[in-house]
Design a protein around this ligand. Structure first.
Ligand code: SAM
Length: 236
């Protein structure tokens, strides 16, 4: 295996709710939306499927997950099977999905958009949403412009192409055609973490993954004043 990445750590540790605020914040966000029974929901980059499972259980929603990492997919499938939930899961990229136009009431992106080609993926989310459908995201956001060196360190560790300010997210969403854009800063900082962590370890994972876990924790502490996240909601 080549150099291990932050995503290898997430996948092999089977981190559930791998986004700021974890499943607790997810539940809060969803409670603010008008999700009816059988609403069609796409969990884009669904990871091990914690949110997708919650949506199916709590709302009896018609949930589809799409995910690129095979280890994540396997863990998500096991979760849905164990819980006997009819969640569909597709192995593919959020940048180019197999879904037809106007097919979802909601698209959710919990810490996924930050890691992919944003204009391309936003266009895709817009395409698959129904008119009036809602896009909900929880994404890495910087509070202020960073020095070149700091920016490089964060971008390299998380393998992201750009670090966005709140206004950059707004511009990207507007360019895609979204309306009613709201971008909210949360009370809890990244360093205050996830209060309901969940792990589902792979057998025989590389011990080096602990080092990546530590580097992630250090990164969050080192950049606690500038590296943050925002809750983004908007409508097609
Ligand atoms: C930070 S994790 C968040 C996972 C999940 N949304 C959660 O909150 O637990 C980012 C996820 O996006 C997935 N991902 C990254 N690039 C992707 C792509 N192009 N298409 C689909 N999934 C992708 C990763 O494999 C990973 O599972």
């Amino acid at each position: 295996m080549g150099v291990l990445t932050y995503f290898d750590f997430l996948a092999k540790f089977g981190v559930g709710g791998a986004h700021p605020g974890g499943i607790i914040l997810t539940k809060e966000l969803l409670a603010n939306e008008n999700i009816s029974k059988n609403a069609t929901i796409l969990d884009a980059g669904c990871g091990t499927g914690q949110t997708a499972a919650f949506l199916a259980q709590e709302y009896q929603a018609n949930v589809t997950g799409i995910e690129i990492n095979p280890i994540m997919i396997e863990k998500a499938k096991n979760r849905f099977k164990t819980l006997n939930l009819p969640v569909k899961i597709i192995h593919g990229s959020v940048e180019e999905t197999p879904f037809t136009d106007n097919s979802f009431d909601f698209v959710l992106s919990e810490s996924v958009l930050a890691f992919v080609n944003k204009p391309k993926t936003l266009k895709e989310f817009y395409r698959v949403l129904k008119k009036g459908g809602r896009f909900i995201a929880n994404e890495m956001t910087i509070n202020q412009k960073l020095s070149f060196q700091d920016e490089q360190e964060i971008k390299q560790f998380y393998a992201v192409d750009h670090l966005l300010l709140e206004e950059d997210w707004k511009a990207q969403l507007e360019n895609t055609g979204f309306k009613n854009i709201e971008i909210k800063k949360q009370k809890l900082s990244l360093a205050e973490g996830d209060h309901a962590p969940e792990f589902n370890f792979s057998a025989n994972f590389e011990p080096e993954l602990f080092a990546i876990f530590n580097m992630h924790a250090n990164m969050i502490l080192k950049y606690q004043d500038v590296l943050s996240y925002r809750i983004i909601t908007c409508t097609k």
